[in-house]
Design a protein around this ligand. Structure first.
Ligand SMILES: O=C(O)CCC(=O)C(=O)O
Ligand SMILES: [Fe+2]
Length: 322
């Protein structure tokens, strides 16, 4: 879906825009939900076989089943579902899911039309990307060491802050959407409108992840209340966070990134691909299995070399982190 002049103006002015009905909930999103049912089946079977859970919980709907499995195993199995790898300690059998329905979302034509409105017609799928299945916080297993939930709200940050400096000039666009309706109660995102005009601000490493210290924030955050089928497009310097999931069901989202072909992704250890090229259409990656193979090869390589390179530039020594 191409952006209108008003939507582009909103993006330039505020650093984000919510585009309604980019996807068809039934035709685009439901197949993804269906595919992850199989992933959850696999996880249940593995945990059952290793006696970490006492039931497959087969009769429960997806959200309740995921919650039950996480609760009984005492663990949030986020990596099992993600279409990315961890930033360190990758093993030959580190799980991930890069299935065909996921690939079809990353390469959805309507989505790429929206992305093209901002980046132009030479579009690279940047590998900084995640699926996030967040259980309700009151039902999420706690990390014994920190006493906090294993997966909760996302701290305040800029996406520019989570990539390596070589991507400082990269025009990286974030696309966030949920596979369900989201609101403040179930943990939608919030953004600080106009914050992209401040450039890159300092981030501090915390045990919740990289975070912009509260004293650096200016103005109020706006909640990104969205429907299944909508997409949020965000500038890489727009400051944002998520609310906690205080509902009784999971909050399920994708966050994807794109940049013009040829610019550094900021995460060179991970594989991207040409999602659209008006100039060289023969370079487009079209087969879901080829995409999955890129991640398999990356996993093999990372497991073999145990790369210690940094994924970001921030240290706790920065005085603003004190
Ligand atoms: O979904 C979330 O909780 C965080 C997402 C995010 O930070 C992003 O999409 O850049
Ligand atoms: Fe982010």
């Amino acid at each position: 879906m191409k952006l209108s002049a008003e939507q582009l103006e909103h993006y330039d002015e505020h650093g984000y825009v919510i585009v309604q009905d980019v996807f068809s909930p039934e035709e685009d999103i439901d197949p993804v939900i269906e595919e992850y049912k199989g992933v959850l089946d696999n996880l249940a079977q593995e945990l059952y076989d290793s006696a970490e859970i006492s039931s497959l919980y087969e009769d429960l709907p997806f959200s309740e089943r995921l919650i039950a499995i996480y609760q009984e195993s005492g663990k949030v199995h986020a990596q099992y579902f993600d279409f990315s790898l961890p930033q360190g300690n990758v093993k030959p059998d580190t799980p991930f899911w890069a299935g065909p329905a996921v690939f079809r979302m990353l390469t959805n034509e309507s989505l790429l039309d929206a992305v093209e409105s901002i980046l132009g017609g030479e579009i690279y799928s940047n590998p900084v990307q995640h699926v996030r299945l967040k259980p309700p916080e009151h039902l999420t297993p706690v990390n014994e060491e920190t006493g906090r939930v294993q997966l909760g709200k996302t701290p305040v940050h800029q996406d520019h802050g989570v990539v390596r400096p070589e991507a400082d000039e990269t025009q990286m666009l974030t696309v966030w959407f949920s596979l369900m309706d989201v609101n403040i109660e179930n943990g939608c995102l919030c953004v600080w409108p106009g914050s992209h005009k401040r450039g890159l601000v300092d981030h501090c490493p915390t045990n919740l992840g990289l975070s912009v210290p509260g004293k650096l924030l200016e103005g109020k955050a706006a909640p990104m209340i969205m429907k299944k089928g909508d997409a949020l497009l965000m500038h890489k310097q727009t400051i944002h966070a998520s609310y906690s999931n205080n509902s009784d069901a999971i909050r399920w989202s994708f966050d994807l990134r794109y940049n013009p072909i040829g610019q550094p992704t900021g995460r060179p250890a991970f594989p991207g691909f040409v999602a659209r090229s008006r100039k060289y259409p023969e370079t487009i990656l079209r087969k879901p299995a080829d995409w999955e193979q890129l991640w398999r090869d990356t996993r093999d390589h990372m497991a073999a070399v145990q790369d210690e390179s940094n994924f970001n530039r921030w240290t706790k020594d920065n005085p603003v982190c004190a």
